[in-house]
Design a protein around this ligand. Structure first.
Ligand SMILES: Nc1ncnc2c1ncn2[C@@H]1O[C@H](COP(=O)(O)OP(=O)(O)O)[C@@H](O)[C@H]1O
Ligand SMILES: [Mg+2]
Length: 259
């Protein structure tokens, strides 16, 4: 189990009734998602159910078509008041994002990859950025690899660089979209350990994942998304051991391989 948070926390992110279509295809059909400070919610669901679309709507990489989003108690978006490009960029600096693909700069070292946006986006000095990068790369277990290029690192190591790079922006929330899906199984463990440490350290997080053991260990709450709706939500135990909806049971059994 995840180390419980201390007492009730305020809501950091509140998404209400999020809708999104691509052409005539309705992908999200009204999603409500509240996240307290320090809370970690895992999202599970079949491929194509809109998990990535939802995550991308939360930091305006995609614009939702309907609903509203509050962040830190402030309404930052609703369908009547579209967000300005500058405001969505400002919002994105508070939101750390880790994707399935690591997208590191191939010609830069691990250290440079973590430092670069600190200098260009946050205006830190090169020295301050590099100091912080060393700290973070140590935190993710890569202090031996500061000067290596992505091509010299395993997938799991590259993803940990990408996590350090996101953390370097001092985000208020971290969004993970299937961060271990492109990594060899034996390399996933260290990435999941880093994510679990973050969750236990009080980071506010959403993780889209097929790693049920991880969600069971590290999430406060699990949402099952299918057909553009949240079919069921509950504690990891409720969702994985005693799902109420048949659709959830089918999915959990299929992924766990016990059909
Ligand atoms: N930019 C896009 N344009 C058109 N269709 C898209 C776009 N992005 C995603 N989709 C479609 O939306 C559906 C949900 O995709 P996605 O959110 O990636 O699902 P998941 O992450 O759950 O696998 C899929 O059918 C996908 O093909
Ligand atoms: Mg996806």
């Amino acid at each position: 189990m995840k180390t419980p948070n201390n007492g009730p926390s305020e809501v950091l992110l509140a998404a209400q009734g999020i809708r999104k279509s691509y052409g005539h295809l309705e992908i999200l059909r009204g999603i409500d998602l509240n996240l307290g400070t320090g809370e970690h919610v895992s999202i599970i669901g079949p491929s194509g159910s809109g998990k990535s679309t939802l995550i991308r709507c939360l930091n305006f990489l995609e614009m939702p078509d309907g609903g509203s989003i509050d962040f830190g108690g402030k309404r930052i978006w609703d369908e009547k008041s579209p967000i300005k490009e500058a405001d969505s960029r400002a919002h994105r600096t508070k939101v750390g994002m880790v994707f399935q693909s690591f997208n590191l700069f191939a010609t830069h070292t691990a250290l440079q990859n973590v430092s670069i946006a600190q200098v260009h986006t946050l205006g830190r000095s090169r020295k301050a950025a590099d100091d912080r990068s060393r700290e973070l790369l140590d935190q993710v277990g890569l202090s031996e690899h500061l000067d290596k290029h992505p091509g010299q690192l395993s997938g799991g190591q590259q993803q940990r660089v990408a996590i350090a790079r996101a953390l370097a922006m001092d985000p208020e929330i971290m969004l993970f979209d299937e961060p271990t899906s492109a990594i060899d199984p034996e390399m996933r463990v260290e990435v999941l350990r880093v994510m679990k440490d973050l969750a236990n350290g009080g980071m506010t997080m959403i993780s889209v994942t097929h790693e049920f053991n991880f969600a069971r260990d590290a999430a406060d709450r699990v949402l099952f998304l299918a057909g553009g709706l949240i079919v069921e939500e509950g504690t990891p135990d409720e969702i994985f051991s005693a799902p109420k909806q048949e659709r959830t049971q089918q999915f959990v059994n299929a992924v766990s391989g016990i059909v």
